[in-house]
Design a binder for this molecule. Structure first.
Ligand code: NAD
Length: 356
């Protein structure tokens, strides 16, 4: 198969982790007789430096015209002082809405080899951690109007939070469908005791549940969910939630599995074309040191092959290789455990390729 992949290396550790992910793709292409063509896309801080904006339209067009997008991460202190509408993260929002990828899927699964890297007690980890957070990605407070202005002699900031029924229904549907393919349990997370948008969310999800009688639906307030994720993560199968709650909960969920560096994600809309990226940011504190964990990005490649390119065997090959490398005791610094062998980013990439 021939596939054109738009590649956004981005900032900080982005270029390092993407190098390893592309090497893995090359190995898959060679082993399974595919042809992957890579189109470089400039987005984030590097695009601000080059073009004065985080994602020029011409760069977005390369993504829209690709078969899928592979993204490292964007952002860093250098661009923290640029005006809000020009920040690197605005490029991310433009990419997501430009590609209409409204569903961000983030698995929180503990690798048995890394059980002791979880900050949770062994008795909790033993019960199992294996759930998916389905996060609405192109609506809510991140896409409302943002304004900072002077009012009555002091500064005042306003962020607008809007959800429409249609936006809630389409993401809830992904939640139900995902649960249907797993253990048939869906937990809808909101803040309906305070927010109107959450009350609408809850009523739309409840109404839709009539189409999914085989899926057990529960509702949870977001503050309780944050607590339950560390108290008893084994209770969750699929969580569906709005943009900002999903952003925060999925970082929390990643940490209980050992490291944010291990978690991949897919963002999909109504076509098979998606955006695939690790859930972490550009980690400027470790950039350029060859110590970043590339596994989240490499597993994002596996998700791309599975969900966008219908290449399940190839995706399995990558995931099996990661498992074998962990079995052999190789660890990057963030997941280092006693008695294991510490390796850098590029060495971890090579080990995974050798095991494919
Ligand atoms: P971060 O995820 O970049 O880093 C948080 C911590 O996790 C740091 O200590 C970092 O060293 C560590 N870490 C992250 N990825 C790692 C990896 N692969 N291997 C080992 N350790 C890893 O979050 P942050 O520090 O809050 O943000 C840094 C920048 O990234 C900011 O500019 C932020 O806006 C941006 N950001 C971008 C994205 C994205 O591009 N999708 C997402 C989140 C944050």
């Amino acid at each position: 198969m021939d596939k054109n992949i738009a590649v956004i290396r981005g900032d900080g550790i982005g270029p390092e982790i993407i190098n390893e992910a592309i090497a893995v793709l090359d190995k898959i292409a060679q082993k399974y007789n595919h042809k992957f063509t890579y189109t470089d896309v400039c987005m984030g801080g590097c695009a601000i430096d080059k073009y004065g904006e985080p994602l020029p339209d011409a760069e977005l067009a390369k993504c829209v015209n690709s078969d899928s997008v592979l993204l490292g991460a964007v952002g860093g202190a250098k661009w923290d002082t640029v005006p809000g509408h020009l920040r690197p993260e605005k490029g991310l929002l433009k990419l997501r809405s430009g590609m209409q990828v409204y569903s961000n899927n983030r698995p929180a699964k503990i690798w048995p080899q890394l059980a002791s890297a979880s900050p949770l007690k062994e008795s909790i980890v033993k019960k199992g951690i294996d759930f998916i957070i389905v996060r609405e990605l192109i609506g809510g407070i991140y896409f409302g109007k943002h304004e900072t202005k002077e009012q009555n002699g002091e500064m005042c900031a306003i962020d607008e939070l809007i959800y429409r029924e249609s936006e809630i229904e389409r993401i809830a549907r992904i939640g139900f469908e995902t649960a249907r393919k797993r253990n048939k349990k869906l937990c809808s997370v909101e803040k309906s005791n305070v927010l109107d948008s959450s009350r609408l969310w809850k009523s739309v999800v409840t109404k839709l549940s009539r189409e999914y009688p085989d899926v057990e639906l529960s509702h949870m307030l977001v503050d309780n969910c944050a607590m339950q994720i560390v108290k008893d993560p084994s209770q969750f199968d699929v969580i569906v939630t709005e943009n900002m709650f999903g952003d925060i909960l999925s970082d929390e969920a990643s940490q209980i599995t050992g490291s944010i560096g291990m978690i991949p994600s897919s963002s999909l809309g109504s076509t098979t074309r998606g955006v695939y990226e690790p859930i972490h940011g550009s980690a400027p504190d470790i950039a350029g040191k060859d110590i970043a964990n590339p596994i989240g990005t490499i597993l994002s490649v596996a998700m791309m092959l599975r969900f966008s390119f219908d290449m399940a065997d190839e995706a399995d090959a990558i995931e099996d290789a990661v498992s074998k490398v962990l079995d052999k005791g190789y660890r990057t610094a963030d997941i280092m455990q006693e008695g294991c062998i510490k390796v850098g980013c590029s060495e971890m990439g090579k080990l995974i390729i050798d095991n494919i």
